[in-house]
Design a protein. Sequence first.
Length: 247
Amino acid sequence: LGLKSNHLCFTLTAAEDLHTRLMGEEERTGHVHGIYVSKATGDTLPKVGICEAAITMTGITGDHQSEPVDAKWGGHGGPLKAVLCWSFEVVEAFRVDGHPISEGGCGENVLIAGLDWAKVVPGVRLEIGDTLLEVTLYARPCNRTEPNFLEGHSKVMDHQRAPGRSRVYCAVLVEGVIRLGDRVQLHTTTRGAKPYVKNSAVIWKGASSESDSPLRCLWNGLGWSHIVLLAVGVVLGRLSSRMRWLP
Protein backbone atom coordinates (compact mmCIF):
# COMPACT_ATOMS: atom_id res chain seq x y z
CA LEU A 1 0.00 0.00 0.00
CA GLY A 2 2.86 2.31 0.86
CA LEU A 3 4.52 1.74 -2.50
CA LYS A 4 1.24 2.32 -4.31
CA SER A 5 0.66 5.54 -2.35
CA ASN A 6 4.14 6.81 -3.13
CA HIS A 7 3.68 5.94 -6.80
CA LEU A 8 0.32 7.73 -6.82
CA CYS A 9 1.84 10.82 -5.19
CA PHE A 10 4.70 10.79 -7.70
CA THR A 11 2.23 10.49 -10.59
CA LEU A 12 0.10 13.35 -9.28
CA THR A 13 3.17 15.54 -8.74
CA ALA A 14 4.42 14.83 -12.27
CA ALA A 15 0.99 15.65 -13.65
CA GLU A 16 0.90 18.92 -11.73
CA ASP A 17 4.39 19.84 -12.98
CA LEU A 18 3.36 19.06 -16.55
CA HIS A 19 0.21 21.16 -16.15
CA THR A 20 2.26 24.07 -14.81
CA ARG A 21 4.69 23.85 -17.72
CA LEU A 22 1.88 23.65 -20.22
CA MET A 23 0.13 26.65 -18.69
CA GLY A 24 3.36 28.61 -18.76
CA GLU A 25 3.86 27.61 -22.38
CA GLU A 26 0.32 28.69 -23.18
CA GLU A 27 0.83 32.08 -21.54
CA ARG A 28 3.92 32.63 -23.69
CA THR A 29 2.22 31.68 -26.95
CA GLY A 30 0.20 33.92 -29.24
CA HIS A 31 -0.49 34.33 -32.95
CA VAL A 32 -0.07 36.86 -35.73
CA HIS A 33 -3.22 38.97 -35.87
CA GLY A 34 -2.03 41.39 -38.56
CA ILE A 35 0.87 42.19 -40.90
CA TYR A 36 1.29 45.74 -42.18
CA VAL A 37 3.51 47.52 -44.71
CA SER A 38 3.69 50.94 -46.34
CA LYS A 39 1.24 51.84 -49.10
CA ALA A 40 2.34 51.42 -52.71
CA THR A 41 1.79 55.18 -53.15
CA GLY A 42 4.69 55.85 -50.80
CA ASP A 43 2.71 56.89 -47.74
CA THR A 44 4.23 55.30 -44.64
CA LEU A 45 1.21 55.80 -42.35
CA PRO A 46 -1.19 54.26 -41.90
CA LYS A 47 0.28 50.98 -43.05
CA VAL A 48 -1.95 48.55 -44.95
CA GLY A 49 -2.64 44.95 -44.06
CA ILE A 50 -1.32 42.00 -46.07
CA CYS A 51 -1.64 38.23 -45.68
CA GLU A 52 2.04 37.27 -45.64
CA ALA A 53 5.46 38.89 -45.82
CA ALA A 54 9.11 38.01 -46.14
CA ILE A 55 11.24 39.21 -43.23
CA THR A 56 14.93 39.95 -43.77
CA MET A 57 17.66 41.46 -41.63
CA THR A 58 16.66 44.92 -42.92
CA GLY A 59 12.94 44.54 -42.31
CA ILE A 60 9.74 43.45 -44.01
CA THR A 61 9.87 43.29 -47.81
CA GLY A 62 7.71 46.04 -49.32
CA ASP A 63 7.89 48.29 -46.27
CA HIS A 64 9.83 51.53 -46.13
CA GLN A 65 10.43 54.41 -43.74
CA SER A 66 9.86 58.14 -44.07
CA GLU A 67 13.04 58.99 -42.15
CA PRO A 68 16.64 57.78 -42.57
CA VAL A 69 18.18 55.38 -40.08
CA ASP A 70 20.84 57.96 -39.12
CA ALA A 71 18.49 60.86 -38.33
CA LYS A 72 19.67 62.97 -35.39
CA TRP A 73 16.69 62.00 -33.23
CA GLY A 74 17.31 58.27 -33.71
CA GLY A 75 15.84 57.45 -37.10
CA HIS A 76 13.72 54.60 -38.40
CA GLY A 77 14.69 51.24 -39.81
CA GLY A 78 18.10 49.62 -39.83
CA PRO A 79 19.10 46.21 -38.42
CA LEU A 80 18.23 47.10 -34.80
CA LYS A 81 14.83 48.52 -35.77
CA ALA A 82 14.03 46.16 -38.62
CA VAL A 83 10.52 45.16 -37.49
CA LEU A 84 8.04 47.02 -35.29
CA CYS A 85 5.77 44.76 -33.24
CA TRP A 86 2.77 45.57 -31.08
CA SER A 87 -0.01 43.93 -29.11
CA PHE A 88 -3.54 43.46 -30.44
CA GLU A 89 -4.85 43.52 -26.86
CA VAL A 90 -3.18 46.89 -26.23
CA VAL A 91 -4.77 48.33 -29.37
CA GLU A 92 -8.16 46.99 -28.28
CA ALA A 93 -7.71 48.55 -24.83
CA PHE A 94 -7.07 51.93 -26.45
CA ARG A 95 -10.24 51.53 -28.51
CA VAL A 96 -12.23 50.78 -25.36
CA ASP A 97 -10.84 54.00 -23.88
CA GLY A 98 -12.28 55.87 -26.86
CA HIS A 99 -9.13 56.42 -28.93
CA PRO A 100 -9.77 56.42 -32.72
CA ILE A 101 -6.86 54.05 -33.30
CA SER A 102 -6.59 51.93 -36.44
CA GLU A 103 -4.58 48.77 -36.97
CA GLY A 104 -1.37 49.71 -38.76
CA GLY A 105 -1.99 53.36 -37.90
CA CYS A 106 0.92 53.59 -35.49
CA GLY A 107 3.47 52.09 -37.86
CA GLU A 108 3.46 48.56 -36.48
CA ASN A 109 4.51 45.83 -38.90
CA VAL A 110 3.28 42.86 -36.87
CA LEU A 111 0.29 42.90 -34.54
CA ILE A 112 0.44 39.98 -32.11
CA ALA A 113 -2.50 38.59 -30.15
CA GLY A 114 -2.41 36.41 -27.07
CA LEU A 115 0.83 37.49 -25.35
CA ASP A 116 1.21 39.21 -22.01
CA TRP A 117 2.73 42.36 -23.48
CA ALA A 118 4.28 43.43 -20.18
CA LYS A 119 6.67 40.49 -20.60
CA VAL A 120 7.78 41.61 -24.08
CA VAL A 121 10.86 43.60 -23.06
CA PRO A 122 14.25 44.30 -24.68
CA GLY A 123 16.28 41.11 -24.77
CA VAL A 124 13.45 38.58 -25.14
CA ARG A 125 12.97 36.82 -28.45
CA LEU A 126 9.88 36.25 -30.58
CA GLU A 127 9.66 33.13 -32.71
CA ILE A 128 7.16 33.91 -35.46
CA GLY A 129 6.63 31.12 -37.95
CA ASP A 130 10.10 30.26 -39.26
CA THR A 131 11.62 33.57 -38.14
CA LEU A 132 13.30 34.60 -34.92
CA LEU A 133 13.32 38.21 -33.71
CA GLU A 134 14.97 39.86 -30.74
CA VAL A 135 13.31 42.82 -29.05
CA THR A 136 15.91 45.60 -28.98
CA LEU A 137 14.14 48.68 -27.60
CA TYR A 138 10.84 50.42 -26.99
CA ALA A 139 9.54 52.68 -29.75
CA ARG A 140 8.98 56.31 -28.81
CA PRO A 141 5.70 57.94 -29.92
CA CYS A 142 5.96 60.47 -32.74
CA ASN A 143 3.68 63.24 -33.97
CA ARG A 144 2.59 61.21 -37.00
CA THR A 145 0.77 58.75 -34.73
CA GLU A 146 -1.22 61.48 -32.93
CA PRO A 147 -4.40 61.14 -35.10
CA ASN A 148 -4.90 57.70 -33.52
CA PHE A 149 -5.42 59.17 -30.05
CA LEU A 150 -7.86 61.47 -28.30
CA GLU A 151 -6.59 65.05 -28.48
CA GLY A 152 -3.43 63.70 -30.09
CA HIS A 153 -2.12 62.27 -26.82
CA SER A 154 0.14 59.59 -28.30
CA LYS A 155 2.20 59.56 -25.09
CA VAL A 156 -0.29 57.04 -23.69
CA MET A 157 1.76 54.39 -25.52
CA ASP A 158 5.09 55.68 -24.18
CA HIS A 159 6.82 53.00 -22.09
CA GLN A 160 8.04 55.61 -19.60
CA ARG A 161 4.46 56.67 -18.86
CA ALA A 162 2.57 53.45 -19.49
CA PRO A 163 4.72 50.31 -19.14
CA GLY A 164 3.33 47.34 -21.02
CA ARG A 165 1.70 49.40 -23.77
CA SER A 166 4.62 50.42 -25.94
CA ARG A 167 5.44 49.20 -29.43
CA VAL A 168 8.78 47.41 -29.63
CA TYR A 169 11.53 47.37 -32.23
CA CYS A 170 13.07 44.04 -33.18
CA ALA A 171 16.22 42.82 -34.87
CA VAL A 172 15.87 39.85 -37.22
CA LEU A 173 18.05 36.90 -36.17
CA VAL A 174 16.54 34.30 -38.50
CA GLU A 175 14.95 35.37 -41.78
CA GLY A 176 11.83 33.80 -43.24
CA VAL A 177 8.20 34.29 -44.20
CA ILE A 178 5.39 35.06 -41.76
CA ARG A 179 1.67 34.66 -42.38
CA LEU A 180 -1.57 35.64 -40.69
CA GLY A 181 -2.37 33.19 -37.93
CA ASP A 182 1.24 32.04 -37.49
CA ARG A 183 2.13 30.90 -34.00
CA VAL A 184 4.18 33.36 -31.95
CA GLN A 185 6.37 31.99 -29.18
CA LEU A 186 7.78 34.34 -26.55
CA HIS A 187 11.24 33.25 -25.40
CA THR A 188 12.53 34.76 -22.18
CA THR A 189 15.27 32.26 -21.36
CA THR A 190 15.27 29.94 -24.40
CA ARG A 191 16.55 30.31 -27.97
CA GLY A 192 19.36 32.49 -26.60
CA ALA A 193 17.00 35.06 -25.05
CA LYS A 194 17.94 37.07 -21.97
CA PRO A 195 16.21 40.32 -20.93
CA TYR A 196 18.73 43.16 -21.00
CA VAL A 197 17.92 44.14 -17.42
CA LYS A 198 19.25 40.73 -16.35
CA ASN A 199 22.22 40.74 -18.70
CA SER A 200 25.37 42.20 -17.15
CA ALA A 201 27.00 42.23 -20.58
CA VAL A 202 24.50 44.88 -21.65
CA ILE A 203 24.10 47.01 -18.49
CA TRP A 204 25.70 46.95 -15.04
CA LYS A 205 22.53 45.96 -13.16
CA GLY A 206 22.95 42.49 -11.70
CA ALA A 207 26.66 42.37 -12.50
CA SER A 208 28.91 40.66 -9.97
CA SER A 209 32.22 42.24 -10.91
CA GLU A 210 33.44 45.51 -9.41
CA SER A 211 34.25 46.88 -12.87
CA ASP A 212 30.54 46.80 -13.73
CA SER A 213 29.34 48.54 -10.55
CA PRO A 214 27.40 51.81 -10.83
CA LEU A 215 30.13 53.68 -8.92
CA ARG A 216 32.76 52.45 -11.37
CA CYS A 217 30.55 53.44 -14.31
CA LEU A 218 30.15 56.93 -12.80
CA TRP A 219 33.92 57.22 -12.25
CA ASN A 220 34.67 56.19 -15.84
CA GLY A 221 32.02 58.52 -17.21
CA LEU A 222 33.15 61.64 -15.38
CA GLY A 223 36.77 61.80 -16.56
CA TRP A 224 39.72 63.46 -14.81
CA SER A 225 38.83 67.01 -15.84
CA HIS A 226 35.44 66.77 -14.13
CA ILE A 227 36.98 65.27 -10.99
CA VAL A 228 39.60 68.07 -10.75
CA LEU A 229 36.93 70.76 -11.16
CA LEU A 230 34.82 69.08 -8.50
CA ALA A 231 37.78 68.98 -6.07
CA VAL A 232 38.60 72.66 -6.71
CA GLY A 233 34.97 73.56 -6.05
CA VAL A 234 35.02 71.73 -2.71
CA VAL A 235 38.25 73.47 -1.63
CA LEU A 236 36.98 76.92 -2.60
CA GLY A 237 33.74 76.25 -0.79
CA ARG A 238 35.55 75.42 2.44
CA LEU A 239 37.84 78.45 2.16
CA SER A 240 34.91 80.80 1.67
CA SER A 241 33.12 79.35 4.72
CA ARG A 242 36.22 79.91 6.91
CA MET A 243 36.74 83.47 5.69
CA ARG A 244 33.31 84.42 7.02
CA TRP A 245 34.58 83.95 10.60
CA LEU A 246 37.72 86.06 10.14
CA PRO A 247 37.64 89.51 11.90
